[in-house]
Design a protein around this ligand. Structure first.
Ligand code: FES
Length: 96
């Protein structure tokens, strides 16, 4: 397994939030954005549709559009400005 891109520096007492990433069960914490929760699991949010290169966000403040992710449950979401919610089913690859 690859080392996550983000490392949590402090373990604060926060409620666990369970979600799925590419069908695998994962855990984040209350207050995480989708970007934080996903990059604490791995190294990418998605691959570009143009070159399949990995993307992990850029501005982290909702301006660059580099952090779009697919969800198995609905429309694409902007990972850096979307709060993690229990039961989300996130995808790093686009559905056909
Ligand atoms: S990282 Fe730039 S919009 Fe999300």
């Amino acid at each position: 397994m690859t080392k996550p891109l983000l490392t949590r520096l402090a373990a604060l007492p926060r409620t666990r939030v369970d979600f799925e990433l590419d069908g695998m069960p994962c855990t984040g914490f209350d207050g995480d954005t989708v970007l934080t929760a996903v990059l604490a699991q791995g190294q990418r949010l998605r691959e570009t549709e143009f070159s399949a290169s990995p993307r992990a966000g850029f501005c982290l403040m909702g301006a660059c559009q580099d952090c779009w992710m697919d969800s198995a449950d609905g429309p694409r979401l902007r990972a850096c400005s979307t709060p993690l919610q229990a039961g989300m089913r996130l995808l790093t690859r686009r559905l056909p």
